[in-house]
Design a protein around this ligand. Sequence first.
Ligand SMILES: [Zn+2]
Length: 188
Amino acid sequence: MRQVNTKTVESSVEKVLKKFQVKHNIPLEWSFENLSGSLKEELCKSVNQVYKNYVYGSFYSSFNGTVYSFNKKEEWIKIVPVYIVFFEKYKRILMNVTNYQLSIFLEKYNSSELMQNILNKVEFISARHSLKEFKEILLQFGQDKCFYCHKTLKKIHVDHFIPWSYIQNDVLWNFVLSCPRCNSSKNN
Ligand SMILES: [Zn+2]
């Protein structure tokens, strides 16, 4: 999806992606997940070079340097602790507002085809943590049957009762154990 406010000029990240795609002869319909480990690494490095120039410092002066500090050479950004607490506390509200505004923005610069399932796209934030630890805890507390169909569990899936895309947090109260069949038949 295009994320710049013009229909004709390519952003620096787009240029990097296209160059990479041509260089390695990568099918256009592939997503990042299709790439091998070494290609993923190479691409991340190239994109990071662009981010270093244009993104690290983007919001720095908007907040007069009060929210975070950064160092391009050493490749780090550091959020002021009080803001980490603030972001954690209001995560869901901030996420909703940001995604809403981002969706409005993206609608302007993308085809309706690309806009399909827009919220799923903008909410794909990061890979989720392993849910294994939650499985251990739930088993320890005697959940040995599928939450949905009540059959005794053989292969065990850990399921977000309220879909992850809505809650975006891995919290124990939202987990149940289920059989693979029930887990895969339930979507967002
Ligand atoms: Zn089941």
